[in-house]
Write a protein that binds this ligand. Structure first.
Ligand code: AMP
Length: 114
């Protein structure tokens, strides 16, 4: 756990969240400011600042994150059309520096994003 990390505090239960899924290594919860009818954040329980900090040692963890995201999308009824995105760096819109993948769906999604 990294002190002063919002998502570490959510994993630890120190800050409330609406849990959607939890495994040994991965936690998923609803975004507090949803951008679509389904907007869930999938995060590693371990503190990793962003996708830029991932390496080959994280292979199993990344696979589990994508597996959890797929299960969530299926459970939410959006398994055939959803966006799975991770912003890297403030300039790309990252505001919380604990790796997270947004699972977004339930409405028409345009491309490219802003
Ligand atoms: P990003 O801007 O890509 O770093 O995404 C961070 C996301 O975290 C945003 O979509 C926020 O709405 C969301 N967020 C911030 N604080 C909370 C919280 N306490 N519970 C749930 N989602 C949060």
């Amino acid at each position: 756990m990294s002190e002063d990390c919002l998502f570490c505090k959510i994993v630890a239960g120190e800050i409330p969240s609406e849990q959607v899924a939890s495994t040994d290594d991965v936690y998923a919860f609803r975004d507090i400011n949803p951008a679509a009818p389904t907007h869930v954040l999938v995060i590693p329980k371990e503190h990793i600042a962003s996708a830029a900090d991932l390496g080959s040692r994280h292979g199993a963890l990344v696979a589990e994150i994508f597996e959890v995201a797929r299960r969530i999308a299926q459970n939410e009824g959006i398994g055939d059309a959803y966006r799975l995105v991770s912003n890297v760096g403030a300039g790309a819109g990252q505001s919380v520096f604990h790796l997270h993948f947004h699972v977004i769906g339930g409405r028409e999604l345009s491309w490219p994003p802003g």
